[in-house]
Design a protein around this ligand. Structure first.
Ligand SMILES: [Zn+2]
Length: 69
């Protein structure tokens, strides 16, 4: 399975920050370093829906977010 490199170059997070996504072949996802979302790839087509994206589990990597509890 190979994603189009040209597609990878132009693909950005659908969220407001429009950060370039990073392809992770191990999990077959496109990861957004800005918001931590992971967009899955189905049949070589990235599912670029915010509703379908997974967010990184809390604590999996450090963020600047404060705990509000
Ligand atoms: Zn993002």
């Amino acid at each position: 399975m190979a994603l189009d490199p040209q597609l990878l170059e132009i693909i950005t997070c659908p969220d407001r920050h429009r950060a370039p996504l990073v392809h992770d072949p191990a999990t077959a996802t496109l990861n957004c370093p800005e918001c931590g979302r992971a967009f899955r790839i189905e049949d070589d087509i990235p599912v670029m829906l915010l509703d379908e994206a997974r967010t990184a589990p809390a604590g999996s990597h450090h963020t600047d977010q404060e705990e509000d509890r």
